[in-house]
Write a protein of this length. Structure first.
Lengths: 337, 364
């Protein structure tokens, strides 16, 4: 079996605040193989962004209590000194953030911002870095890249800015690209373009990709594996097909049923998940999802379910028996699809 | 699934029913001026450029299109928040295009709006009770002493805890804030509610709660919605009829199901093929119509059909007729009119898409 590119083991990220300890990530374990696309799905506050900001070294021991291991190409990033982490970030792991409106600096030309990232890691001249930046803009499908490189971010549309962000993230040919809600702020047409672009660049650069999103619809076509997160924990993990056609966790069912589907008849009523995500300071005892779960029983209120394999690859963290889950999924979830 | 005019679509087909809102040739241009001392008028942003639209009592009309297509401007013109540059707006048969002062305020009781961003549309320094009660204080429809109990009833109705009357907006989550917005819009028992992207800032699980709430309220109070969003799946879910807008014009209108099965305008087809589907197999089976580039500038919209620079269908027709790989000359010169397609469907295109152009399989 090949070595995983990224191996996260029992990661915990807790933020001390005046109101108490915010357990943003509370024991997450997963790995990513080279060239794989992983979708990470969950509501706001499920810990999906915090996990990957920690992987990137953007959340450090100064802000939070971090436990666990983040093994990237054989090195534990959590223990890595600051200056060595700087070599990994950008060069080995690239990141695209949610809001393209605020993640580019408004005072600097787009080309200069991309060239700056290249200059930080490569010993080349400014002119050469600028040429590479223009080349990257062309590769992410920006027309007239040499002209565009001399423009400021406000002259770019939302989709174009996100393309520029992606150009910056992949300009150093990273092994892992993390896209944190890359399309949430964009129109559906542009969203489709951006996701296709990420797919294409992944092939070109042979990188592994993580797509973080709150919408299971977005990642259906683009991911090999999907991890569903809730209240700082992974509640289900499997191949994309496992999640869409054979989901095993009531929370995943809820996410699937909440989506207004374009292929569903007009009369169909949505089935939202009732209630709100829990406070991460007072996470409910037992299964964190139990207050919102329609299939709750006594054991759920006391015992934390572990992420256990259903079959070889597919795993879920739920106390319901396998037969019950299969029956409920077939009778109540699948009928609506 | 065959293409039928569903029962829910009936109001629009009914003869003799007066539309609640009727727009005739509505235009809204925003002037652009240059110069510091002498302001020179150099052009216009053609945000809405000749829209005819009818919204019938009790129905939900969905309006879908990309950023910058003028859908929010159209909503604001309908609400009389902007003055129309041209055309007329009728509400219950009465021309309200030029209403001012007291008359305008009276008509506003009957139309309210829910805004996109629940973080920006609530005053952070006012309590929820004050925010929801504001319409009562402005319009004086009920005595002051009754406002509190009325507001608490509204809060209960939209699924908020009435005990939170004195809390501030920041104490609520995004979904709850949107409920506050809904309660405020509902206060005066309007006939029409314009929902401008009411769920696009919310998580999917919360979106579903708000969409269901809007549906329940429509049933209970016999509301009419003008529902705006850029996501076709959300619009289709809530709407009886869907209007697709591009660069200030309506390019297609049909029932949601018809639009899903048989989009006629290539732009509707492209929107449909871009919508995320939470079903990898179905998503892989549909044909992709990829649009290139962004929406052109509405300052100087393209000649002829406004969609021609991005239209793959126009290029294909031109190639097929041996005219080269460029937009078809008819599309660049002649502006298409909205013409009937399937029953209850109109589209403005010289070369409409064939049936089942995007979704080839039976969704049944």
């Amino acid at each position: 079996m090949p070595e995983p590119l990224l191996d996260v083991r029992d990661l915990r990220v807790h933020f001390p605040t005046d109101d108490g300890l915010v357990k943003a990530v509370d024991g997450v374990t997963f790995s990513i193989m080279p060239g794989e696309t992983l979708g990470v799905v969950g509501e706001s506050g499920s810990g999906k962004s915090v996990s990957f900001l920690t992987v990137m070294g953007l959340i450090t021991a100064r802000q939070a209590q971090i436990q666990g291991e983040v093994i990237f190409e054989g090195v534990d990033l959590v223990k890595l000194p600051k200056d060595e982490m700087r070599d990994v970030r950008g060069l080995k792991i690239g990141m695209v953030f949610q809001d393209p409106m605020t993640s580019l600096h408004p005072f600097y030309k787009v080309g200069d911002q991309i060239a700056e990232a290249i200059l930080a890691h490569r010993k080349i001249g400014k002119k050469e870095a600028m040429d590479q930046a223009i080349d990257m803009l062309a590769r992410v499908g920006i027309p007239r890249p040499d002209e565009r490189a001399r423009q400021y971010p406000h002259e770019f549309s939302g989709g174009m800015r996100q393309r520029a962000m992606i150009a910056m993230a992949v300009s150093l040919n990273p092994d892992l690209l993390i896209a944190d809600e890359p399309t949430t702020a964009l129109d559906v047409t542009v969203q489709a373009q951006i996701l296709d672009l990420i797919d294409r660049l992944k092939q070109e650069f042979n990188a592994a990709v993580v797509i973080i999103t709150h919408d299971l619809g977005v990642v259906a076509e683009h991911c090999d594996n999907i991890q569903v997160m809730y209240a700082g924990r992974a509640v289900e993990y499997g191949y994309a097909r496992d999640i869409y056609y054979d989901a095993d966790h009531p929370y995943t069912w809820g996410l699937l049923q909440s989506i207004a589907r374009v292929d569903a008849p007009r009369t169909e009523r949505l089935k939202p998940i009732k209630g709100l995500p829990p406070s991460l300071i007072f996470v409910p005892p037992g299964c964190p999802f139990h207050p919102r779960c329609p299939y709750v029983f006594d054991r759920c209120r006391t015992e934390v379910p572990q992420l256990l394999p259903v079959d070889g690859h597919h795993a879920s963290a739920c106390h319901l028996s396998l037969e019950d889950k299969e029956r409920i999924f077939k009778e109540e979830v699948m009928v609506h699809q | 699934m065959s293409v039928t005019v569903s029962e829910r679509q009936a109001p629009s087909e009914r003869q003799g029913v007066q539309p609640l809102v009727k727009l005739v040739g509505v235009k809204k241009y925003f002037p652009i001026s240059r110069g510091i001392i002498f302001q020179k008028h150099v052009g216009d942003v053609h945000a809405v450029d000749g829209v005819d639209l009818e919204v019938y009592p009790g129905e939900t009309l969905g309006l879908v299109g990309e950023t910058g297509c003028g859908k929010s401007t159209l909503a604001r013109v309908t609400m009389r928040l902007f003055d129309a540059t041209g055309g007329s707006i009728f509400f219950e048969g009465r021309d309200i295009t030029k209403l001012r002062g007291k008359d305008l305020r009276l008509i506003r009781r009957d139309m309210q709006m829910i805004f996109q961003d629940p973080y920006a549309s609530l005053n952070p320094r006012k309590t929820v009770g004050t925010i929801i009660g504001a319409p009562y204080r402005l319009h004086k429809t009920i005595p002051r002493s009754k406002i509190k109990s009325e507001v608490q009833q509204l809060m209960e109705l939209v699924g908020l805890n009435p005990e939170h009357y004195n809390r501030y907006p920041h104490e609520f989550s995004g979904g709850q804030r949107q409920r506050i917005g809904v309660a405020r819009a509902l206060a005066l028992r309007p006939k029409l509610i314009v929902c401008d992207e009411p769920v696009s800032a919310l998580d999917v699980s919360i979106q579903a709660q708000i969409l269901n709430l809007l549906e329940d309220l429509q049933q209970e109070f016999n509301l009419t919605y003008l529902f705006i969003a850029h996501d076709l799946s959300v619009v289709k879910h809530v709407s009886d009829r869907v209007a697709v807008m591009y660069l200030g014009k309506i390019v297609e209108m049909a029932s949601g199901d018809t639009l899903y099965m048989n989009p006629k305008h290539p732009y509707s087809g492209a929107l449909l093929s871009a919508v995320p589907i939470a079903d990898p197999d179905l998503a892989a089976q549909r044909k992709r119509i990829i649009l290139e580039g962004d929406v052109p500038s509405p300052i100087d919209p393209p000649s002829g059909c406004r969609f021609h620079p991005r239209c793959p269908q126009s290029r294909a027709m031109s190639l097929a007729q041996g005219l080269g790989d460029q937009p078809h000359p008819r599309c660049t010169k002649e502006e298409p009119e909205l013409t009937p397609q399937h029953p209850g469907q109109v589209a403005a295109c010289h070369f409409p898409l064939p049936d089942r152009a995007v979704i080839a399989v039976d969704a049944g």
